[in-house]
Design a protein around this ligand. Structure first.
Ligand code: ADP
Length: 437
């Protein structure tokens, strides 16, 4: 940093004091004359200080005072700093302008909320999607989206899955809300119009439900005729090996189609029915015992050892038919994908956080890691020929996943290829109870 101001100021002080000393000596009043000099010097500084204060009030670059010496350096520095500040301000303004132009070009609403969920800023699309007006700055977002699901989502601090809700202004419009936290508790809320996708999804669900329903009648008729033919005492039919084989295969395939239609109907029901319908405290032990007995029948000659370990007082709040279907799918899979005589263990535990875990462990063929994340997709099979041979539709685990979601639970899959698998259903503590003794 240069000190040219100080040097020239000292030089000026010396230069000015010489005439004062000479005059003082000539008049033999050195002290008095020097005092005049000092007063004049102080006045000069006060004057410049006043100019500085005056400039600081408005801080306009073109009004910066002009001076020499120390004050010259002060004003120069100020001028440089002011120019730098203006340059930086212009740069930031350009960035803000670009961000604003980009966000206003977005079709999605982008909203900045403070820690108390008050509206700080939003882009143009927000005014269209949520009907916000400039005067709404500072109001709480909850005044505009009053749906309790939205309030719960906002306060949950778990924003992994976006929330879909009808728009507050029109039931026809479906919106998706996604929150991201940043800074010191502030939140960025992005709202997307998903009406088109939602309608397509509805159409898909309706289509699957209708197709399944429509196929049921012709299939029942075909099955009826096949059974009549099987029971027929017609000697031509009894002796004709080709016909017998054909009939057998037709029966097998219609059986598969019936299972497929039943699974599809179940899935579309799960997707369209309201959650929470017919829920009650379900006693787990009798339910699982019944499923284990059904599984033993399916196992038949394969003679799997099926063990159940469940506290007899445990209950789970849910829909017993849906829970039966979920556990039955897992236990039946364990039978289907395990070699004869192998052991299948069904255990029910409560973990330290109070969650209930129903685990189905088998010593079966196991699943390679790369398949595990995709197992709950519809029609996903690791080995489709094996699945079809065992009567699988590829929908079982999709049904399980849906049922668990409807019970606020989740499915955890662990597997060791060639050694066996464990499928665990995890339910939240608030659904778990015990029967009164
Ligand atoms: P599927 O009706 O074909 O059994 P699922 O949806 O029930 O359909 O299961 C999907 C796939 O996951 C199955 O095709 C099978 O490959 C694999 N799978 C499911 N359970 C087990 C298990 N206990 N052991 C090994 N593989 C399994």
């Amino acid at each position: 940093m240069s000190h040219y101001g100080i040097t020239s100021e000292i030089r000026r002080l010396f230069g000015l004091s010489i005439p004062f000393v000479i005059i003082g000596l000539l008049l033999q009043q050195l002290l008095l004359v020097l005092s005049f000099g000092v007063i004049a010097y102080i006045c000069y500084h006060l004057l410049n200080l006043r100019r500085l204060l005056k400039w600081l009030k408005r801080q306009r670059i073109e009004d910066i005072p002009d001076a020499s010496g120390l004050w010259g350096e002060v004003f120069d520095q100020l001028s440089r700093q002011k120019r730098r500040e203006i340059r930086e301000k212009n740069r930031l303004q350009k960035v803000i302008g670009r961000v604003e132009a980009t966000t206003s070009a977005l079709n999605d609403a982008v909203i900045l909320l403070n820690v108390n969920y008050d509206l700080n800023w939003w882009n143009q699309a927000t005014e269209r999607l949520l009907d916000l007006k400039p005067s709404d700055v500072g109001s709480s977002i909850i005044n505009f989206i009053r749906n309790p699901q939205f309030v719960n989502y906002l306060e949950s601090n778990d924003y992994g899955i976006p929330l879909a809700l009808p728009s507050p202004s029109s039931q026809e419009t479906q919106l998706e809300f996604q929150v991201t936290r940043f800074g010191e508790g502030e939140a960025l809320l992005v709202v997307r119009d998903i009406t088109r996708i939602y309608k397509l999804e509805l159409m898909r669900k309706d289509f699957v439900a209708n197709v399944s329903h429509e196929l049921r009648t012709p299939l029942t008729v075909i099955r009826g005729y096949l059974e009549t033919l099987e029971d027929s005492q017609d000697p031509n039919l009894q002796t004709n090996k080709h016909l017998q084989k054909g009939l057998e295969q037709m029966q097998q395939q219609t059986g598969r189609m019936t299972t497929l239609i039943n699974d599809l109907t179940m899935l579309s029901k799960l997707e369209t029915d309201r959650t929470g319908k017919g829920e009650q405290d379900v006693e787990l032990k009798p339910l699982l015992e019944m499923i284990c007995n059904e599984a033993r029948t399916i196992s038949g000659e394969k003679n799997h050892e099926i063990n159940l370990d469940c506290n007899s007082s445990l209950t789970l709040f849910g829909n017993d038919r849906e829970l039966h279907s979920a556990f039955s799918n897992l236990i039946t899979n364990a039978v289907k994908y395990s070699h004869p005589e192998k052991t299948i263990d069904i255990t029910v535990n409560i973990n330290p956080t109070g969650n209930l875990i129903v685990s189905v462990n088998d010593e079966g063929i196991g699943i390679e890691q790369e398949h595990i994340s995709r197992l709950t997709e519809r029609f996903y099979r690791v080995d489709s020929s094996r699945s079809i041979r065992t009567g699988g539709t590829g929908l079982g685990l999709a049904i399980v996943k849906h049922i668990l979601l409807r019970h606020d639970g989740r499915l955890q899959i662990e597997s060791d290829y060639g050694k066996g698998s464990t499928f665990s259903c995890i339910f939240p503590a608030q659904r778990v109870g015990t029967t009164q003794v």
